[in-house]
Design a protein around this ligand. Sequence first.
Ligand SMILES: C[S@@+](CC[C@H](N)C(=O)[O-])C[C@H]1O[C@@H](n2cnc3c(N)ncnc32)[C@H](O)[C@@H]1O
Length: 289
Amino acid sequence: MPAGPVEGAFRVVARHRFLPGLDLDRVYDAEAAIPTKREPDGEITSSSSAPAIMGLMLGDLAVEPSHRVLEIGAGTGYNAALLATLAGPTGAVTSIDLAPDVAAGAAANLVANGFAGVVVRAGDGWLGAADRAPFDRIIVTVGVPDLSPAWVAQLAPGGRLVVPLSLAAGVEAAVAFVRDGVRLRSLHLNPCGFMRLRGSHADPGWSGQDDGRAAFGRLGARRASGARGGRAAVATEAGAARAGTDEVTVSIGQLEVEAVPTAEFGSGPVGESDWVVARPSFTFLVRRR
Ligand SMILES: C[S@@+](CC[C@H](N)C(=O)[O-])C[C@H]1O[C@@H](n2cnc3c(N)ncnc32)[C@H](O)[C@@H]1O
């Protein structure tokens, strides 16, 4: 948990108020992601994310008083309450959930806990909230293999986007990006594991398999494969020479990512990249720091 305003927000907003009736030991277990909605087939479609990863993502998001903040995935409303605490009375928080019943529950929890100013919407978060833009900060609390062009368009210049991004099968990182024109550059990556974005933009153009392989030849990177436990296997020419194999394993925290609109990719220099992951909207140039 980063000390400072984020820790302060966790002290102010009680998680059990957003998860009524549950065992307090479980509610205050920092590593516990708690399922809150299950479909008839057993699939879990909403949860309260583990406070440990929430804290890391909020630390990277660096919400300041008076910021305009967008959250994708309202869930219980707990993270929105933390965001509202960080943005303060002059800030503005908007949170969107695809499921109308989940959005209604989040809104009720927020009102009951003194956060009536948070705007909660039912809808597809992939589209953002153009009428509430620009946003200083956007936080996505569902996993995606690509970035929505709407999020980037609705992010103020220099604004931050924190998003659980799947770079390959088994390699998911909560990437803190800063907007730099139409591109984004990562500040920091944390290993994570989030439920997937659903709706008509679910995993656009991505089968869940390691489709990035097709693009690896481009910069001489031959192969990258998924790995759990916060490490990614990344193949590089240099790494191969160093390690004597065609693959080196690095921790996710050692990576940096540049997101370039895929339509622009190829029109400019891409520099030295260890790994190129091409997705329909954005192409991710992954390098070791
Ligand atoms: C891990 S939960 C969010 C946790 C929440 N931030 C909290 O503090 O409790 C993910 C949520 O994303 C929602 N979701 C899934 N796909 C979505 C989409 N396309 N747009 C908006 N919300 C979506 C799910 O209904 C679920 O409630």
